[in-house]
Design a protein around this ligand. Structure first.
Ligand code: IPD
Length: 277
């Protein structure tokens, strides 16, 4: 059966590729760094330029579609997810990596209808890996199907997490206490790529068993979350309920056994929701 969103998905892949070229080019030159909510919440002109490039090209092709973009929200646009077709864009996921030339940087484009992610595109620009997931039709990296790890024991797993940009002492204490419990289970290892989108693709690829974080935003995880479920994995809230993409909390794992062993270690907290921004 023909896919209703095939044209939109093809467009997302093409524009992510083009955005990746802009990011790679910018990495060869000077990067002017600005800050947003705090001195460690970074943004560059490239983030803004890439977001505009994506939004402009989608508007020309799909004028009725709506947008949630990281930099547009930072500039005061609402973060409203309605039932209308909506593109959720992180022009550079891993901005801090980009600023420091730490080589994991992604363009992330999720596409939602009726508040469900229909497709997700994550382009890992420096690895030149194009991850694409389509609801009900699988997840792929450079055309190769993705499948999560079949490990069921957290003690034989690698777990990915991030410190994010929240330096509120209570939040930092909870992040460290959760991490300590996970390290001491013990797990085989803990890693951070510095981009939520790539972390989710690592789960989808079977390279790690789980990723969790409190403090991410909907644009960091919209595309990558579908990558995980289409590769056979699961998503949960950090307290074990259903994931809510606006809640800024996620556990993504290869299966329910591992996800359960993760969320039970976490000292959960609730940052302000994205749709309350
Ligand atoms: C950030 C990255 C990082 C995660 C932060 C995100 P940005 O996104 O995904 O890995 O720890 O929570 O905000 O700001 O680089 O788009």
């Amino acid at each position: 059966m023909a896919d209703q969103w095939q044209n939109a998905m093809d467009h997302a892949v093409a524009i992510a590729q083009k955005a990746g070229e802009v990011v790679r080019e910018a990495l060869r030159g000077d990067r002017k760094v600005m800050t947003k909510s705090s001195s460690i919440d970074l943004v560059t002109q490239t983030d803004q330029k890439v977001e505009q490039l994506i939004i402009q090209s989608v508007k020309e092709r799909f004028p009725a579609h709506r947008f949630i973009g990281e930099e547009s929200v930072a500039a005061g646009e609402p973060c409203d997810l309605t039932d209308q077709p909506t593109w959720i864009i992180d022009p550079i996921d891993g901005t801090t990596n980009f600023v420091h030339a730490f080589p994991f940087v992604a363009v992330s484009i999720g596409f939602c209808v009726d508040k469900k992610v229909e497709f997700g595109v994550v382009y890992s620009c420096l690895e030149d890996k194009m991850f694409v997931a389509r609801r009900g039709r699988g997840a792929f990296c450079n055309g190769e199907p993705l499948k999560v790890s079949d490990q069921e024991d957290i003690k034989r797993s690698i777990v990915v997490t991030e410190f994010g940009s929240n330096r509120d002492p209570d939040a930092v204490d909870r992040i460290f206490s959760s991490l300590r419990k996970i390290v001491c289970l013990p797990v085989h290892g803990v890693r951070s790529a510095g981009t939520a989108a790539i972390n989710l693709c690592l789960v989808a690829s079977g390279s790690v068993e789980a990723y969790y974080e409190i403090g991410i935003h909907v644009w960091d995880i919209a595309a990558g979350s579908l990558m995980v479920t289409e590769a056979g994995g699961v998503l949960l809230d950090v307290e074990g309920g259903d994931v809510d993409l606006m809640s800024r909390r996620i556990v993504a794992a290869n299966n329910r056994a591992v996800a359960g062993q993760i969320f039970r270690q976490l000292d959960a907290f609730s940052p302000p929701r994205d749709d309350a921004l």
